[in-house]
Design a protein around this ligand. Structure first.
Ligand code: CA
Length: 227
């Protein structure tokens, strides 16, 4: 799966050139010009990294970054952009929780290098074995167990379960599940349903308490006995 990056920048020229460049480099890129709208996008989609300008309409980059840090269980990596090279800004950025900092004007290959470095760091920090209740998923060996019993999944089932576990206890939307399986060209809604059906048979079938919960009109989430 390509890493999914959100660019938040109100200078349209910079925004357009960054988006084009990063798409050529193989990332999935979303772009937005307003801080408040960016916050809504981040809440709705599982991004891997955010490139965040400081001076923005709606909500400034410092405030948004700080808010993300205070709320998130798995902190979303943030690279801050600013035109100002003042030491205080740099410190404020790190204080707000940014992982890295880039001063405008910057060269696009420089941004690319920073993104790669920050992603690598964050993925190393990401736990190799995801655990939700009695369910465990090893992202390296691709083994899945529930209460020590092996769960056999096909490739798409594994992708779905990994996404649900990474974002637990949040609900993952139909849109994001479709996106993870098929990118921007999902088949009809019956296709996702049939993959969820197979996932349920594998994960919940042999057990008394189902863990995969349908949230009507929204998406799916995992539930544990402790909840
Ligand atoms: Ca700006």
């Amino acid at each position: 799966m390509a890493d999914r990056i959100l660019i938040v920048e109100d200078n349209r020229d910079i925004l357009a050139s960054v988006v084009d460049y990063l798409e050529i480099k193989g990332f999935e890129v979303d772009a937005i010009e307003n801080g408040q709208a960016a916050r809504a996008l981040i809440q709705a989609h599982p991004y891997d990294l955010v490139v965040l300008d400081i001076g923005l309409p709606g909500m400034d980059g410092f405030t948004l970054c700080k808010e993300l840090r205070e709320r998130d269980r798995n902190p979303l990596p943030v690279i801050m952009l600013t035109a100002r090279d003042a030491v205080e800004d740099r410190l404020l950025g790190f204080e707000a929780g940014a992982d890295d900092y880039l001063v405008k004007p910057f060269a696009l290959p420089e941004l690319y290098q920073r993104i790669k470095a920050v992603l690598k760091r964050s993925q190393r920090n990401f736990e190799r074995v995801l655990q939700v209740g009695e369910l465990s998923l090893d992202t390296a060996s691709r083994q899945v167990h529930r209460s020590a019993q092996p769960v056999k999944l096909d490739r798409k089932g594994f992708v779905l379960l990994e996404l649900l576990m990474k974002h637990w206890p949040d609900v993952v939307s139909h849109e994001d599940l479709n996106h993870a399986l098929w990118g921007d060209a999902p088949p009809d809604s019956a296709a996702l349903k049939s993959h969820i059906y197979r996932l349920r048979q594998a994960v919940d079938g042999p057990f008394n308490s189902p863990m995969i919960r349908n949230v009507a009109g929204t998406g799916y989430t995992l539930v544990t006995d402790a909840q």
